[in-house]
Design a protein around this ligand. Structure first.
Ligand SMILES: Nc1ncnc2c1ncn2[C@@H]1O[C@H](COP(=O)(O)OP(=O)(O)OP(=O)(O)O)[C@@H](O)[C@H]1O
Ligand SMILES: [Mg+2]
Length: 294
């Protein structure tokens, strides 16, 4: 997964929704090697770090996002070797030593009712899961810097070796696809069927809920367009969750809307698949969403 493209997309969206007195800058080094991350989860990491930066800068300031290669020489934690380093830096209020020590703890918040204290805990979990490392540096009044080290993706496999991808797992799940554009829907449905999934497909949210209500048996995954005519995807997601609380949900979207972005933060089960996507990206996202649900 090329990190700069993924980060640029989120940064662009954030720049639109953050208050104007926060200047969002990004500094990406050239030729960043691909990293082993799940795009939807990486979005969550970035969004959580950037929203924290926003909260730390009520009077405005600079939010800088950097991507660079980093080589760790002396082993230990993190282990020596090459990493891609994602840095999120703000010029906000900073943290006391005590806050910094507790920042990653689940439910630790200094925001009272306004904070869940789960933002950094989920960042920590996601980064751990990808084999990476996250650290924070901060001082009261001197801003905060978060560094996320991400492992490089392994060299691409030779042609004769089948790629070890999430989509290589045997597929047996029922997937409900809601997508209003026929060619896109066809692409999604065909790829899913080819991988062995059972597919129900509809062209809008109302139909999706209708099908979900009538369906006998389980639906394991809802794959919905983020923007469709008629019922808002938000309503569809809420309704669907009520019917199939255990199911995974993927939202495919050409652009992340503000509300949807909030949902990524609030409802952590939701995944994003940025449009346009390849059939392989779709398959990987589906396999990961289903795996995580179990
Ligand atoms: N960039 C930052 N600058 C200053 N303090 C921060 C920053 N990031 C995190 N913190 C501190 O760490 C605490 C925990 O952060 P975390 O993201 O886990 O929860 P939260 O932001 O309080 O709640 P939520 O993420 O649910 O909105 C925050 O309450 C805040 O005190
Ligand atoms: Mg937070």
């Amino acid at each position: 997964m090329p990190l700069p493209a993924l980060v640029a997309r989120v940064v662009e969206t954030l720049a639109r929704i953050l208050p104007e007195n926060i200047r969002v800058k990004h500094v990406f080094e050239q030729d960043i090697p691909p990293v082993l991350v799940d795009p939807g989860q990486m979005d969550q990491v970035l969004v959580n770090l950037c929203l924290n930066a926003r909260d730390a800068m009520p009077d405005g300031g600079d939010l800088t996002i950097e991507i660079a290669r980093k080589t760790i020489q002396d082993g230990g934690e993190p282990p020596r070797g090459d990493w891609v380093c994602l840095t999120v830096r703000d010029t906000g209020v900073g943290m006391t030593e005590e806050t910094l020590r507790k920042a990653f703890e689940p439910f630790f918040t200094t925001k009272g009712e306004l904070g869940s204290g789960l933002g950094l805990a989920s960042v920590y979990g996601i980064v751990q899961q990808t084999g990476g490392h996250v650290s924070a540096q901060s001082e009261p009044g001197r801003g905060t810097t978060f560094q996320v080290l991400l492992p490089l993706a392994p060299e691409p496999p030779r042609a004769s070796v089948p790629p070890a991808s999430a989509s290589a797992q045997p597929a047996s799940a029922t997937i409900l696809v809601a997508e209003d554009e026929p060619p896109v829907r066809r692409l999604i449905v065909e790829s899913l069927k080819k991988s062995g999934y059972t597919v129900l497909d509809v062209e809008n949210g109302d139909q999706a809920l209708e099908v979900a209500r009538r369906h006998r048996g389980a639906i394991d995954l809802l794959c919905t367009d983020g923007v469709m005519p008629g019922m808002a995807s938000r309503e569809l997601i809420t309704g669907f969750r009520r019917l199939f609380p255990e199911a995974a949900i993927i939202v495919c979207s050409g652009h992340i809307e503000e509300q949807a972005l909030r949902d990524v933060v609030e409802k952590r089960a939701l995944r994003f698949l940025p449009k346009p996507f390849t059939s392989r990206e779709l398959m990987d996202s589906v396999a990961l969403a289903l795996a995580k649900r179990n």
